[in-house]
Design a protein around this ligand. Structure first.
Ligand code: ZN
Length: 237
């Protein structure tokens, strides 16, 4: 491989790598937006779940409050009956009923208080989740803006690199070699080529035979016998 040919291979390989980088960055953009969108959707769902949870708690509070009211009415009735009690025995029975009703009422009141504090906590959690949704929406908008702002630059870079590669790959001999290059490039992108350093393929670390080195020195199109990449040397001028 003559010095100039080897440099042309090296130049072509560099362009293929640059094109691959630009194409990957471009392709990566929509994916990044989609990931951000998914995060927003999950956070919104978590807000809805929390709202449902709060409604359920409030419903239980209402139900318990109603129960408490009807129980209190029961106690009032017992108070009336107590005043009208006609015997000590009846009086004692009613008083015992009132005591047990009152202690049940207290339990219910405690339950309602505990539920109300659960509602407060759940409201706080909802606030936190709602803030998270706005933060994630902001992030998503930022990502989308960034992705869109670099898109035109990437597209024109890809166009420029494609043109340069079409000129640079004239270094590949026509015929079978060119077909092989095109097939490898389509399948592997920049990994279609590998630099040989110190007599070894830098992609798979397999040593080139002395015959390979002679062929490379004679500008022959050569594939790595282990990984199948197009090999090239870079020699100092
Ligand atoms: Zn190799």
């Amino acid at each position: 491989m003559t010095t100039s040919t080897s440099h042309e291979y090296h130049h072509l390989h560099g362009l293929l790598q640059q094109l691959d980088d630009a194409e990957q960055t471009l392709a990566h953009g929509p994916g990044r937006i989609a990931v951000a969108e998914k995060k927003v959707a999950a956070a919104e769902q978590s807000c809805m779940d929390q709202k449902e949870q709060i409604q359920l708690l409030k419903k239980t509070v209402d139900q318990n409050s109603l129960n408490l009211k009807s129980r209190e009415a029961e106690v009032s009735k017992l108070t009336l009956r107590l005043n009208e009690a006609s015997s000590n025995k009846e009086y004692d029975i009613i008083q015992a009923q009132m005591a047990s009703a009152k202690s049940a009422d207290e339990e219910l009141e405690d339950q309602i208080l505990s539920l109300l504090s659960q509602v407060d906590e759940a409201d706080e959690e909802l606030k936190r989740r709602t803030n998270e949704v706005s933060e994630l929406k902001q992030k998503m908008a930022d990502i989308a803006t960034r992705v869109r702002s670099i898109e035109p630059g990437l597209k024109s870079e890809i166009e420029r690199l494609t043109t340069e590669i079409a000129e640079a790959d004239a270094v590949i001999p026509t015929g079978e070699s060119r077909t092989t290059y095109q097939r490898l490039r389509a399948a592997m992108g920049p990994a279609a080529m590998a630099l040989v350093e110190g007599g070894f393929c830098t992609a798979c670390n397999t040593g080139a035979t002395s015959q390979d080195l002679v062929r490379m020195n004679m500008s022959e199109f050569l594939l790595c016998r282990a990984c199948g990449r197009i090999l090239y040397l870079v020699r100092e001028e």
